[in-house]
Design a protein around this ligand. Structure first.
Ligand code: HXC
Length: 535
């Protein structure tokens, strides 16, 4: 009997092959169908706009053959407004994981050819799933955004999906790096997901971000503005500061994402990725000795200073076009990733204004969250005076810099290259807010304020009582005296606020030695739920 059963049920070799082939063929067909997204016509429309398809983007972003999709068979369950006739496998978002330069990464990528990439209930579920996997596995998430926003036909279900996405973005913040690459429209509340991530990369001409579009603005305020002016890459990279990087086209945006990724650790318990040092650790660039002009009113390019000190070609600036009086970016020092913060004397003399404060504080916090040591170069006359700045909240914004540096427990090193007046001296990674090593160049001027201002305040009464000619001479003498005392860093070094004065050319080896020492730094904060940063 048993042998009969066996004979009846046992398939022939031919049958096995044919049956399995059919099953595998079906799977292949389903996969191919999913890759067609919303169909040939919509793919052509996508290309006609100068945009790539979701699969072309993934192929450019990730290492060849590394992508593993999950959730590719998911479809939505809605029927209203004709949705029952518009079901596409994957439902307009591709989620999965892969590698960039051999390092693990998770991603989700919206497919504009499927219902305009609109964010749906099941899209939300898919994105939540990949974000949970990323957090549990400790790998960054990259979002490729190209969407018409909440799927209108789904109503409150798509709105709820956004809420869930924002919650996941917030939970992941500070645990794994999150990068948003903007490759199409992003309107309404949808913009809050990229805003909650660490870096936003926009694409010139094809990506737009706004809470309310041109038509709504015209109705409510009467202002007439086009999409590009309102929320294009220039608006956000230069004016609002929402965008950290801009690609001239999609290829470039995706390349920028890969480069940025190469500086980031996979998660908050790993160090950032070191490379074998390719530059001489003892390289001493004599040009640094004369880079700061003798005349304090003359500017010089701080980026030149940065590039001469850190590993050759390693400086990767972010937020380049926003608040250009400040500079932030990543670099490598003897192969180790570090964060650079600096003033730019070529723009507004390196003064700290509201935007510069926001830019610096946000970058410091990112680096601290992800174990990236901070190297700060100071040349600033202080905070920007003015009613506009005061009423705009320079007090609140400037305080963010102090808060961010004070709270940061990563290795912190600063170099005063020239002016460090008043608030700038203190907030820009000074000894008193627990910077580990503070250096200055012989050109450093460290004072409460500039000599003219100081004399005007301290000697106002005496100078007023003098004859005009005498007052002029006395003022000049007092200014020179104040300047002599504080135009050099020795008073600060004597007070212990500066640990050492460096010959500028020796800055690179001295910073490498500092980093080597501080790599084992252990620092803790008082126990608390979280601080109350002056937002
Ligand atoms: C469903 C959408 C859609 C959406 C676009 N589509 N947006 N379907 N829900 N939100 C569909 C279109 O019907 C069209 O379908 C296809 O996507 C391509 O759209 P087009 O309009 O042909 O493309 P284009 O001319 O490039 O214009 C793109 C666009 C425009 C600027 C994004 O589609 C648009 O304005 N969409 C609506 C944007 C919006 O207001 N979204 C809601 C934001 S409020 P077919 O079948 O023709 O291919 C929001 C709230 C979130 O998101 C709140 C979170 C807290």
């Amino acid at each position: 009997m048993a042998s009969d059963v066996k004979e009846e049920t046992a398939p022939t070799a031919e049958h096995t092959l044919a049956g399995h082939d059919a099953l595998i063929d079906e799977l292949r067909e389903r996969r191919e169908k999913a890759r067609e997204g919303g169909g040939e016509r919509r793919i052509e429309a996508q290309h006609a706009k100068g945009k790539l398809t979701v699969w072309e983007r993934i192929a450019r972003l990730l290492d060849e053959g590394s992508f593993q999709e999950i959730g590719g068979h998911v479809i939505h369950r809605h029927t209203d407004f004709g949705l029952d006739r518009q079901r596409y496998p994957g439902d307009g978002v591709v989620t999965g994981f892969g590698k960039i330069d051999g390092r693990r990464v998770c991603l989700y990528a919206q497919d504009f050819t499927v219902l305009g990439g609109s964010f749906s209930e099941v899209q939300g579920q898919k994105v939540a799933e990949i974000m949970n996997l990323a957090m549990q596995s400790g790998v960054p998430v990259i979002a490729l955004n190209d969407s018409g926003g909440a799927r209108i036909q789904e109503g409150v279900y798509s709105l709820a999906a956004f809420g869930d996405l924002f919650w996941h973005n917030s939970q992941a913040s500070g645990v794994i790096p999150q990068i948003s690459v903007m490759l199409g429209p992003c309107a309404g509340g949808a913009v809050y997901s990229p805003a909650l991530t660490d870096f936003v990369i926009m694409t010139r001409g094809t990506s737009h971000m706004f809470i309310t579009g041109p038509q709504v603005i015209k109705t409510v305020t009467g202002e007439e503005v086009d999409q590009e002016t309102l929320g294009g890459s220039t608006a956000h990279a230069v004016t609002s500061g929402v965008a950290h990087l801009v690609g001239d086209n999609e290829d470039r945006s995706l390349e920028l994402a890969r480069t940025l990724f190469s500086y980031l650790p996979l998660n908050n318990s790993e160090p950032p990725p070191a490379v074998d040092p390719a530059d001489d650790p003892w390289r001493m660039d004599a040009a640094l000795n004369t880079i700061v002009p003798v005349d304090p009113t003359q500017a010089y390019d701080m980026k030149d200073v940065i590039e001469r000190i850190f590993d050759v070609t390693s400086f990767f600036e972010v937020h380049k076009d926003f608040a250009q009086n400040a500079i932030v970016g990543f670099a490598r020092l003897h192969g180790q990733v570090i964060g650079v913060i600096a003033q730019q004397p070529m723009v507004l003399a390196g003064v700290i204004d509201i935007d510069a404060a926001d830019k610096i504080a946000r970058f410091v916090r990112f680096c601290d969250a992800f174990n990236i040591p901070l190297f700060t170069f100071v040349d600033s006359p202080g905070f920007l005076p003015g009613v506009g700045q005061e009423h705009g909240g320079i007090i609140r914004h400037g305080a963010k810099i102090v808060f961010a540096y004070s709270e940061a427990t990563v290795p912190k090193v600063s170099v005063v290259t020239r002016k460090a007046y008043g608030g700038a001296m203190i907030v820009m990674s000074s000894k008193t807010i627990r910077t580990d090593l503070c250096f200055a160049w012989p050109t450093a001027e460290i004072a409460v304020m500039g000599a003219e201002g100081a004399v005007n305040i301290v000697y106002r009464k005496q100078l007023k009582e003098m004859e005009k000619a005498d007052a002029k001479a006395e003022r000049a003498r007092l200014v020179a005296e104040y300047h002599e005392k504080f135009s050099k860093p020795y008073a600060s070094a004597a007070a212990g606020a500066i640990d050492d004065i460096l010959v500028p050319a020796e800055t690179r080896p001295r910073l490498i030695a500092a980093l080597e020492l501080l790599q084992g730094k252990q620092a803790t904060l008082p126990r608390k739920k979280h601080g109350n940063m002056p937002l």
